[in-house]
Every structure is written in C-alpha cells, then in structure tokens.
Design a protein around this ligand. Sequence first.
Ligand code: UTP
Length: 286
Amino acid sequence: MTIKKAVFPAAGFGTRFLPATKAIPKEMLPLVDKPLIQYAVEEAKASGLKEMIIVTGMGKTAIEDHFDTSFELEILLKERGKTALLKEIEEVSGLVHFAYTRQKKPLGLGHAISITRNLINDEAFAVFLGDDIIDAKVPAMKQMIGVHKEYKTSVLAVQRVNKKDAHLYGVIKGEQVAPGVFRVLDLVEKPKENPPSNLAIIGRYILTPGIFDALERTRPGKGGEIQLTDALKILLETEDIYAYEFEGNRYDAGDKLGFLKANVSLALKRPELRAEFKKFLKQLGF
Ligand code: UTP
C-alpha cells in the first residue's frame, strides 16, 4: 500500500527560539522567504504524499492561515499583475489536503503523534519534524518511501554525526543490510556516553500503524514527555524497524546556529540573491 499521509508535529513551544517564538510559532520563522514548515510540506508533496496532518497547539493559528487560501491577497496580486507571486501563493495550498488536530498540552513528540490515530487508521504514514530542513536532489522522504516499499516496515532517517554530538540525538545500533540501509537492533535516546554508533535519528520517519499501540504502552520519560524513541523501542519488540542513511544536506533549523546556516546556504542557492549575497559575505571577510 502506498503512503499517502504525512504528520507534522508542530505543537512544541520552541523555547530555543524565545523571545521570537513567544507570539509566532517556530514553524513560521522564515528561511529566506518561506516559513520552516513550508519546506517540509513541499518535501512531502514532492514525495507524492497527498494528505497533510498538522498537529498544532496554543498560539499556532498562523500555520492554518498560511496553508489556507487568502482570497483578498490573491485578488490584490491579480489586480497588480503579480502573476509569479500569485502562482507561488496558490501553490502553497494547492493539490494537497490539510487537516489539523490540536494537542491540548505539549506532552511530547510521541504524544503528538498518538493523537493522530483516528486520522491515520490502519496504514503506514510519514512524519516530518519541520526543524530538520533537508536539501536533497531526491526528496529525503521519497528516498525513504523506496526503502519502505522494499522492507514494508517502519523506516527511520539517520545521518552520521560526530560521536561527541551523539548525546543530542536518538542513536541506533544497526546491522547494515544494503547500501545505506540498516536493520535496527536497538535505539538509545540521547546517550550520555558510549553511543552504540554514530548513526543519529533525524526528523523524518515512516511509521507502521503498530506505533499507536506502542505509544499507548509508553510511559512518560525525560521531562515527563511521551518520547517517540521509547515507543519505537517497544515497537521493535514485535516488528522489524529499518533505518536509512538518506542522501542530502540537513540543517537543524530548530537551533540558532543551524537556522543561520540554513538561511545562508539556501539564500546562496537562490538565483535572484546569489551574486549580491556572495559579494556581501566577501565584504564581511568570508
Ligand atoms: P522539540 O524537541 O524541538 O521541541 O520538538 P520544541 O518545543 O519544538 O522546541 P524547543 O526544544 O523547546 O526549542 C520536536 C518536534 O516535536 C514537536 C515540536 O513541535 C517539534 O516539531 N512537539 C514536541 C509536539 O508537537 N508536541 C510536543 O509536546 C513536543
């Protein structure tokens, strides 16, 4: 069965970006001229997914407005003959369907996913954490769908990190079964020492519906939150899980430095900005 649905957990408070995120959702912070969450939605679209399920929370209505049609704005752009901009605005909300569900309290990423159960039913689905921006020739999720088609299991996106940074991630212990593909033997959330490998879990997942029962059995972990990694460990008791080392550059835009890096490198890829921006960076001495 093909994967049609994408879940975007977006109910976190985004404390690393305070005070910017006090009144504006982190997902709406712009990289060049598009909000963070739009990059993830575009990746989902480009990977063939048709139904976008966004988990929102308090103060997140700007996300819904962003993906809604803006009748007044579209009329104004039409009147002013700004057809390129109009097309871009229409494309944001076109061709796919959006559904929103609200997480009443930020009880963790695992909890945010668990509340989508009645929207997903009994099929495998994709999860995108919008903080992770992946710039890739073939969209990262499309690459993962290829792996899912072959192995029919949950698939976790992984990337190699310096062992000294492993404590920032969920890390897998895996057995390589094909180029870039690993059968997961164990998962450790933010290992304090001796990480089982340098393969860190990144914010893209394909999950089988078995994850919902696993989430129900997951007790609150660090910070009283229901952690997805803990649920994946429970799922691993009954189902195989694979990990895939995707091809592409990834930026952690939920972190200040990563956000700045993403802005600079994405701006340098824009034909209309590239030359002038490069000149400016040179002037700064880079
Ligand atoms: P983060 O750990 O990045 O938390 O969540 P955060 O609140 O977004 O940001 P910081 O760390 O406070 O700066 C990872 C993902 O899980 C979602 C977040 O929106 C983000 O996409 N999330 C987290 C939820 O949807 N609900 C939660 O209860 C927690």
